[in-house]
Design a binder for this molecule. Structure first.
Ligand SMILES: [Zn+2]
Length: 240
């Protein structure tokens, strides 16, 4: 019985067309996909803007009455500095809060570029940084190997067309995963499933949403009907 089932599966599999992509096709498709990472500031709703392509992750700004909220901060100070410059062309109101959707370095590493003279609130999930703690304390490297294979970190430069979900812009192989800079560490935490905030007159809902990481949260901006989903949603195969 098992043998005939196996034979049937092999027979059916043999009927499927086989698609073979040459290296040239793959390179052309990756290059075409890279167009989504061209540097642009999108106005996604009234008073809400998202910077795409400047860094490994998107950075967003919501403008309120007397200040702004920044959601995620990009990977490096250089990336984030260029985004901050673009955002300042829209408004020069001070940053009242930064919200990290999760602790990955490409969302947190540029935070210092958005700090003004008065320190903003920095919000994150109560599990912030929990993903890597066990790996670091156990000196495990399996997740680094997995990430390197998934995003092609070890390919020679001429073959590194993009990271699949982002332009190639890692300062070094693998990059830093967490910011250890005290000034950019979270000061406020989402505890439980959900929490409402009003910052600079902006009504926001933080929603716990473990997915890509255990410390992921969604930000819901109801006035603009905009959801900031962090890395739980993007245009490539999920990073779960
Ligand atoms: Zn992530």
């Amino acid at each position: 019985m098992a043998r005939s089932l196996l034979a049937t599966i092999i027979f059916l599999a043999a009927l499927q067309p086989i698609i073979v992509l040459g290296a040239g096709d793959a390179a052309a498709r990756l290059t075409a996909q890279g167009k989504q990472f061209e540097e642009r500031i999108f106005k996604i709703a009234d008073n809400a803007y998202t910077a795409v392509g400047y860094s490994v992750s998107n950075v967003s700004m919501i403008v309120g009455d007397d200040g702004v909220v920044i959601i995620d901060t990009g990977m490096t100070l250089d990336d984030a500095g260029r985004i901050a410059e673009e955002f300042r062309k829209i408004t020069d109101l001070p940053v009242k809060a930064i919200i990290f959707t999760h602790a990955h370095g490409d969302h947190t590493g540029g935070a210092a570029a958005f700090l003004g003279e008065s320190r903003p609130q920095i919000w994150a999930h109560e599990n912030f940084g929990s993903e890597a703690r066990g790996w670091v304390s156990g000196d495990l490297t399996v997740q680094k190997m997995r990430g390197a294979r998934q995003a092609g970190f070890r390919l020679p430069p001429d073959q590194r067309i993009n990271n699949g979900v982002a332009p190639v812009r890692y300062p070094k192989r693998g990059g830093a995963v967490f910011s250890s800079d005290d000034k950019t560490s979270p000061t406020h935490f989402l505890r439980g499933d959900q929490q409402s905030l009003n910052i600079a007159g902006i009504e926001l809902e933080l929603v716990s949403s473990p997915g890509e990481t255990n410390d992921q949260l969604f930000v819901w901006y109801s006035a603009g009907k905009a959801l900031f989903a962090g890395d739980n949603f993007y245009r490539s195969f999920p990073n779960l």
